[in-house]
Design a protein around this ligand. Structure first.
Ligand SMILES: Nc1ncnc2c1ncn2[C@@H]1O[C@H](COP(=O)(O)OP(=O)(O)OP(=O)(O)O)[C@@H](O)[C@H]1O
Ligand SMILES: [Mg+2]
Length: 374
């Protein structure tokens, strides 16, 4: 998968720019707050139909304007790809793929795939469970429209059910109304749990291999899904939905008191161990970083296995967070096969040797120029 170029109109601090990318390595440099991440964000937007930094499209529109437009030109095995997305301040979005209007943003799924690695991902091991759920959701949604559909329905039903729980607590609604929501929550919830479990099983050997390479075989990484509703605990013939519903029933009293849904995929986690040791609690900072890097990099091979093509790799400010060895490892594994976009305040801080086969850009307050071509 290749992104040949992108044009941005009124996107963040870019009024009108057109960038031609290098097929292998693109290094976007510039001082703080000049617009480096904005470029990766725009690329990510064409992958997911969302920004990774804000849920509010309005924030993406150049101040004082009333729309933005992103046009991406790419290539896949199946041929050329052109994605056009424009969004107005009133929330109306227009999407076209290869000139054909598409009604739903979900139709973007799989058109371009990307792995985004930003400083927050360094918290993948150390941070709270929501960071790990997000990691899974972004990754799986790109390869499975069914998962994406289940997840958005689950989240919608979850928030409606939570409102209802509060209303029941206040005596405004009857408890009987909950059962309709429970059935739907169980249906979508089970889809999510099953898929996450399957994906973690696929990711584990990939992440383990990467981890063993970085640590020169000294440590063994283990990833285990920790669902808050374990579908395996009952006999095989019991349906997942029934187990889910049983749990909701058990929780009901407490859920009404709290006014929230206390079990389900929105509460799940991944257990990360080196050998038998829980890295979140006992790992050194270096071990936590290596774990995070291995998990992120495993997404690349996973997507290749699922879709037949390598995704693009977006590295926002992470090079400076990694030590020389991990940095070298990262560049070595992606070299020659994964088109990579790196942001950094300086080239020298990040790359120990001058990179051949790359294009270096410099961004300055919404303008971008090529400063070196290798
Ligand atoms: N909607 C918008 N309209 C105009 N400018 C915006 C808008 N949103 C953000 N900006 C500007 O974009 C700049 C931030 O861009 P970005 O996050 O890409 O910076 P960066 O180069 O990645 O910086 P850093 O090195 O600190 O990460 C800021 O100057 C901010 O004021
Ligand atoms: Mg930035």
């Amino acid at each position: 998968m290749l992104v040949n170029g992108i044009s941005l109109s009124n996107y963040r601090n870019y009024r009108d720019i057109q960038i031609d990318f290098h097929p292998m390595l693109n290094i976007i440099t510039g001082r703080n707050a000049q617009g480096k991440t904005n470029i990766l964000e725009a690329l990510f937007y064409t992958v997911t139909g969302k920004s990774h930094r804000t849920g509010l499209d309005k924030e993406l529109i150049l101040w004082g304007e009333n729309f933005f437009r992103i046009t991406l030109f790419g290539e896949k095995f199946s041929g050329r790809i052109k994605i056009e997305i424009s969004t107005r301040a009133d929330g109306k979005k227009i999407l076209k793929v290869n000139g054909q209007p598409r009604k739903k943003l979900s139709e973007l799924i799989g058109v371009i795939n990307a792995v985004l690695f930003s400083p927050e991902d360094m918290m993948l091991v150390k941070g709270g469970p929501s960071v790990r759920r997000r990691y899974l959701d972004i990754e799986i949604s790109q390869v499975s429209p069914y998962y994406c559909h289940s997840l958005s329905n689950y989240n919608r039903i979850l928030s409606q059910r939570n409102s209802l729980l509060k209303a029941v607590r206040e005596g405004e609604e009857s408890e009987d109304l909950l059962s309709v929501w429970d059935m739907q929550l169980a249906e979508y919830g089970v889809n999510i749990i099953k898929k996450r479990k399957e994906v973690i099983q696929k990711l584990t050997p990939i992440a383990r291999k990467i981890h063993a390479n970085i640590t020169e075989g000294n440590e063994e990484l283990n990833l285990t899904y920790l669902p808050s509703i374990n579908l395996d605990i009952e006999e095989a013939e019991v349906k997942g939905e029934d187990i889910f519903l049983k749990k909701l029933k058990e929780n009901r009293k407490m859920e009404i008191i709290k006014g929230i849904t206390i079990s389900g995929p929105h509460r799940d986690d991944i257990d990360i161990r080196i050998g038998k040791i829980n890295v979140k609690s006992f790992g050194s900072q270096g071990q936590q970083r290596t774990g995070a890097l291995s998990m992120k990099l495993s997404e690349i091979e996973f997507m290749k296995n699922e879709t037949g093509e390598y995704p693009i790799l977006l590295l926002d400010d992470v090079m400076s967070e990694l030590d020389t060895n991990r940095r070298k490892y990262l560049l070595r594994v992606v070299k020659g096969k994964v088109q990579t976009f790196v942001t950094s305040t300086g080239v020298k801080d990040v790359f120990d040797t001058v990179m051949d086969n790359s294009r270096i850009f410099e961004v300055e307050s919404g303008n971008i120029n090529i400063i070196q071509e290798g």
